[in-house]
Design a protein around this ligand. Structure first.
Ligand code: PLP
Length: 757
């Protein structure tokens, strides 16, 4: 059964409303004439175009000036910029000319300014006008700089926060200091959300876009003030009075005609401002009830009611997006996502704290929203957030459903990894390499799952972050057995009296965790205090390599590299011996859980690293001696980037050549299933996402449990193919690459994931 969709991303684009779609269909099939044709079909098309132009004037409050149909706002922006720069070229250049734009402007604006200034060879500095914490433009800055501006670009309403500008105050700040500077106001997000009276202003150019308000993509228009400079961007057949050539988009214009009619009629299709304000209040109340710590990244007093932008402490944008998407609620992360940096330049420009920028979610709706839709959305938000209790991610009055957390769980903060291991037969657990920003989440999980932390340990004193073990131990002191509270510098309990013998006969200290055991072994090199931890589910007194389920080697072996050995407390010679020693204690395939995971490789093994790292392979095979290793290691470390805060502090690494991953289309997966092939489908979304939209006949292994899955199910991965699936295909691709890197080949993923299923 397909899930109901709640579309709350109207600032990105909107659905085409049924009467508008009907008008488009009629224009495509009945009234399809070319307005330039002189026969009756053409005359009708031209009449509709002029009717629509007239309606546009009413909607914008522009009795005077030009209305030129375009393909959308980006084209309108090009036209305004080219017209202004062309005019600037024909006048004397002021000293130190600038092109001003609001710091929170849509990227189309600064990029267009830079592009055309370069092509026109105009020596102007493209300069951002700062905004305050609400997103309002700095009028003093404008007053100071606009005198030497060749153009100034501002926006009526911001697309991420809904913040609107005080256009009268802005006009005064501009015109008092430069009466003639061309002024563009991007009105894309204002249409249908704010009353407009463009003819009463000195705005020179105002671009609009149809698809932000229920018309199709590919149609927009540009308002140009009477007397403003104009240079056509598209020359040709002379349409639009020669201002914009090319046969007009009749279907798009028909859509606008119906849209404008709906806007001007008060037939109830579009809600009043008062109703929209009430909708916003209801949504804001729902969100703050389900996320009591939620913070709004906007001032509701100066933002349009149809945009809500918020952050929730402890959750990244990506996590909230995944949650809402699984619940069928389409929102936007309000930030430009790349693999590493996920933050909003708009919120950064407003000077909001980094966490708010990294966690921002934008929820936007249009004026056609109805009360019934609003109530359904609020109910769905409740359902979505309730599902978070499945993962113990939110404290909540409802009894968190225990999901029996067992085995190994990986937590990540940036590239830093922290590991939680829970003995499968008891509630005893250990935290390895805690990270400050994850402490709250870990504590919540440990409490919610009623776990007993036996130790919180570090593999070494970290150079790039302070261990948060002390703080975590403190906050969990009521759960840690009293006898284990006294610890050494790396968190190892002083009272730990057990021992285990490793494969070469060396005896190491061990901590019993129910039926599992945590063994500590020295591993100097990266730092002189570095240790390795081994976890075994077997109670044997001697642990051979195959008895070790997981090895935690800190920064000694990272996916793609060896840890750096050029700190004052490093010793490359000691690292050589530590590596040789690991080769004796572990098997080539023992899962090594790193302290850093720069390229989403999750875990590694000596075999996987030896395939990529010639130096390690030489050490393990005995082909290289101590001195040659020390020299080669110094060469490797000379590539390190030592910028403060650099992710590569602990070892230079480049992403490995991703193996060719086998992909299935959703249709192929269905085919495989109907053919009853032997395969297992593994949904790798987080448990709360899975709970909201389970995949039939699949099991759930979230990415945070991938390493545990590999450890437990390796045998299975050698027989029938395992098909990984997630929301969009990107997490399943990463997981597939990681598994293939570890030598598992019988694995495929579904390209496009649930989105295309
Ligand atoms: N300006 C703003 C504020 C926008 O939100 C957008 C669209 O995201 C644009 C300009 C670009 O509009 P179009 O897609 O019509 O080119």
């Amino acid at each position: 059964m397909s899930q109901q969709e709640f579309y709350l991303d109207s600032n990105a684009t909107t659905v085409v409303l049924p009467p508008i779609a009907e008008a488009v269909m009629s224009a495509l099939t009945q009234e399809f004439g070319n307005p330039s044709s002189s026969h009756m079909t053409g005359i009708r098309a031209k009449a509709r175009m002029e009717r629509t132009r007239g309606l546009a004037r009413k909607v914008m409050g522009a009795e005077r000036g030009r209305v030129i149909f375009t393909s959308g706002a980006t084209e309108g922006i090009q036209t305004a910029v080219i017209s202004s720069l062309q005019a600037a070229k024909s006048r004397p250049m002021p000293e130190k000319p600038v092109l001003l734009y609001g710091a929170t402007e849509h990227k189309a604006v600064p990029e267009t300014l830079k592009h055309w200034a370069r092509l026109f060879d105009i020596p102007a500095e493209v300069r951002a006008i700062p905004v305050d914490t609400r997103g309002r433009l700095d009028m003093e800055f404008i007053a100071e700089h606009v005198g030497r501006a060749l153009m100034i670009c501002t926006m009526a309403v911001n697309n991420e926060t809904g913040c609107y500008q005080d256009l009268s105050a802005l006009e005064r700040a501009i015109r008092d200091h430069n009466p003639n500077v061309p002024w563009m106001v991007d009105c894309v997000q204002a249409l249908g959300k704010l009353p407009m009276a463009l003819s009463e202003t000195t705005i020179d150019y105002a671009p609009f876009s149809g698809h932000k308000l229920y018309a199709p993509k590919g149609i927009g228009w540009l308002y140009v003030r009477e007397g403003a400079e104009f240079t056509p961007v598209i020359a040709g057949g002379g349409q639009e009075s020669g201002l914009r050539s090319g046969t007009e988009n009749g279907a798009g214009i028909a859509a606008l005609e119906t849209l404008f009619t709906l806007m001007l009629d008060t037939d109830g299709t579009f809600a009043s401002q008062q109703t929209l304000l009430r909708y916003r209040q209801t949504l804001a109340d729902t969100l703050t009830r389900v996320f009591p710590e939620l913070v709004f990244n906007q001032d509701h007093a100066c933002s349009v009611p149809t945009t809500l932008n918020f952050s929730v402490p402890g959750f990244s944008s990506k996590e909230l997006m995944d949650l809402f998407d699984a619940a069928g609620i389409r929102v936007s992360s309000g930030s430009a996502c790349s693999s590493k940096v996920t933050r909003s330049f708009v919120l950064d420009a407003m000077g909001l704290p980094a966490w708010q920028s990294e966690s921002a979610i934008r929820l936007s709706f249009g004026p056609a929203m109805t009360e019934a839709e609003l109530q359904a959305v609020c109910a769905r938000i409740d359902t979505a957030v309730a599902a978070l209790s499945t993962s113990c991610l939110l404290e909540n009055e409802r009894d968190a459903e225990k999901f029996g957390l067992k085995g190994l769980i990986q937590f990540k903060a940036g590239s830093s990894c922290c590991w939680l291991y829970v003995d499968p037969d008891t509630d005893q657990c250990v935290v390895i390499d805690p990270v400050d920003s994850l402490n709250e989440r870990l504590e919540r999980l440990i409490r919610c799952q009623d776990l007993v932390p036996m130790a919180i340990v570090d593999t070494h004193g970290h150079a790039d972050h302070v261990s948060s073990g002390v703080a975590l131990r403190e906050s969990l002191s009521d759960r840690i057995p009293e006898a284990l509270m006294a610890v050494d510098a790396l968190g190892w309990p002083n009272a730990c009296g057990s021992r285990r013998t490793l494969s070469d006969g060396q005896v190491m200290p061990a901590l019993e965790l129910g039926n599992s055991v945590l063994v500590r072994a020295p591993q100097p090199g990266h730092t002189d205090d570095s240790v390795a931890f081994f976890i075994s589910r077997h109670g044997r007194s001697t642990l051979l390599g195959e008895d070790i389920d997981f090895a935690f080697c800190g920064d000694t072996i990272l996916p793609g590299t060896l840890g750096r050995t050029n700190f004052s407390n490093s010793d490359p010679l000691a690292m050589f011996h530590s590596l040789v020693q690991l080769g004796v204690w572990l098997t080539p395939d023992t899962l090594i859980c790193p302290c850093h995971d720069y390229h989403h490789q999750f875990a590694t093994s000596l075999a996987a690293e030896s395939r990529e790292q010639g130096l390690l392979a030489s050490v393990l095979s005995g082909r290289i001696g101590e001195q040659a290793f020390v020299q080669a290691k110094a060469d490797l470390d000379s590539n390190l980037c030592d910028d403060p805060g650099s992710e590569l502090m602990c070892g230079a690494t480049t992403p490995s050549q991703a193996d060719q991953v086998e992909e299935l289309t959703p249709a192929e997966l269905r085919q495989w299933q109907t053919e009853q092939r032997r395969l297992s489908v593994v949904d790798i979304r987080e448990p709360h996402e899975f709970a909201l939209s389970p995949t039939p006949q699949s099991e759930n292994v979230p990415l945070s449990r991938l390493v545990d899955f590999i450890g437990q199910q390796r045998y299975r991965l050698d027989t029938d193919p395992v098909v990984l699936i997630c929301r969009s295909g990107s997490r399943s691709l990463l997981a597939c690459q990681s598994l293939r890197r570890l030598g598992v080949s019988n694995i495929v993923h579904v390209a496009g994931g649930h989105a295309l299923s």
